[in-house]
Design a protein around this ligand. Structure first.
Ligand SMILES: Cc1cc2nc3c(=O)[nH]c(=O)nc-3n(C[C@H](O)[C@H](O)[C@H](O)COP(=O)(O)OP(=O)(O)OC[C@H]3O[C@@H](n4cnc5c(N)ncnc54)[C@H](O)[C@@H]3O)c2cc1C
Length: 387
């Protein structure tokens, strides 16, 4: 067994690490994140100039190519400083481009992928609704009605991150109410976010503040047939195979955050003194460091294992859910201990521990809650569905 990165992968990691330290350092990320009113366009522009939006997009469409392992490496390195601002890249280059690549027609790919790869098209994801995200199908009240040349959409979405600044929203809507099963009759739209009838309103929140999550209302919004992804009514079947990728991306973000926490904690405990000694000499502080380092190793092993299974096309749904749960819980625990070791400075807006904690606390709820993850893991052992 060998889970080490190849020479090429290590070289890519080193390039990204140097770029992140030079172009996206922690103190700048901290300032960008705190500005709730303003999306981090400056980070977006640097990512575009660096060519990073092309990662994972086929070279035939202007991208750089790269599989899930390359995407994982990039996400980990960027999240080490950027934390939740990783999604400046991830919403478009990972989630958006993957959807177009997988479900788009040739014409749709040629139209949108080069724009995304160049950093000229920003994507938001509109799945969750005001009545609930865990039971997203039970809560869905957004309806698409067929009209001449396209569809008319009415409804509301909740927590649509970056919707205020998006060019397109990947939007899930019910297009058929008369279905036997609720995962039937769903359609995925690549909605022009500036269409008449779309209104996005900012929702103030605990972390990832600059990413601007929004409530979105849709009133008689017309979407042309050309902007439907895949076969109308079958969106759920299309989307299921992409869930493992999403779990891997969350795992990589959390691992990057743990990397950031550990390096900041080590720096601090070596230079901060109490009772005439560096606090890193106290046994309990050493144990905190040991705990974080162990969570880092545990997260890395599970992440690499799941990414490896996924890259080979092997079944890994249960392991991907385990990764999501372990990585998100480890990141929050690590940041919490990080705050503790920095004492009052851990709580200060002038250091990054509080940002790592705030940005990653949400990942225990999204994109799937860890309660739901536990449900699905338990079910995979033959236990009856509990809900
Ligand atoms: C900052 C932020 C950014 C987000 N970005 C996006 C985005 O870009 N696009 C998007 O579509 N969505 C986004 N979301 C939404 C996110 O995916 C949902 O918040 C998440 O799915 C949980 O849904 P909910 O908030 O409605 O909680 P609920 O579904 O109401 O759940 C509440 C609690 O009940 C528990 N629960 C529910 N059902 C069960 C069950 N069967 N068994 C055990 N426990 C259960 C949940 O685990 C949770 O603890 C974002 C959310 C936030 C806060």
């Amino acid at each position: 067994m060998d889970f080490s990165l190849s020479e090429e992968q290590q070289a890519f990691r080193d390039i990204v690490r140097r770029w992140v330290d030079a172009e996206a350092p922690k103190d700048w990320m901290r300032k960008l994140e705190a500005d709730e009113e303003n999306y981090p366009f400056a980070l977006w522009d640097k990512l575009a100039t660096g060519g990073y939006f092309g990662i994972g997009i086929d070279e035939a469409y202007g991208g750089q190519g790269g599989d899930i392992i390359i995407q994982m490496i990039f996400a980990r390195e960027l999240a080490r400083t950027a934390g939740g601002l990783l999604w400046t890249w991830g919403l478009t280059s990972f989630a958006g481009a993957k959807s177009i690549g997988l479900y788009g027609t040739e014409q749709q790919k040629s139209r949108w992928l080069p724009e995304m790869a160049a950093g000229r098209l920003r994507v938001s994801i509109g799945m969750t609704e005001p009545s609930g995200g865990t039971d997203v199908l039970g809560a869905m009240r957004t309806y698409a009605t067929k009209v001449d040349g396209g569809w008319k959409i009415n409804g509301a979405k909740m927590w649509t991150t970056a919707a205020r600044v998006a060019d397109r929203i990947l939007l899930l809507a019910r297009s058929d109410k008369n279905v036997e099963k609720r995962h039937h009759g769903l359609t995925l739209f690549f909605l022009d976010a500036k269409s008449p009838g779309v209104t996005a309103t900012l929702l103030p929140k605990l972390g990832m503040r600059a990413m601007g999550s929004c409530s979105v209302t849709l009133e008689d919004v017309f979407v042309p047939d050309n902007d439907v992804l895949g076969e109308p009514g079958r969106a759920w079947y299309m989307m299921l195979p992409t869930l493992n990728n999403e779990r891997i991306m969350v795992g990589a973000q959390c691992l990057g955050a743990i990397d950031g926490v550990l390096e900041d904690a080590l720096d601090y405990v070596k230079q901060r003194h109490a009772f005439g000694k560096p606090i890193g000499q106290f046994q309990i502080i050493q144990h905190y460091i040991a705990d974080i380092a162990t969570w880092q190793q545990q997260t890395e092993l599970l992440l690499y294992y799941v990414a490896w299974l996924q890259s080979l096309g092997r079944e890994c749904g249960v392991q991907a859910n385990m990764l999501k749960m372990v990585a998100t819980e480890n990141a929050v625990k690590a940041a919490d201990l990080g705050i503790q070791m920095l004492g009052g400075m851990g709580y200060s807006a002038e250091t990054d521990m509080q940002r790592y904690w705030r940005d990653h606390r949400i990942l225990r709820m999204t994109p799937i809650s860890n309660e739901m993850v536990r449900n699905t893991i338990a079910e995979s052992f033959g236990l009856p569905r509990s809900f």
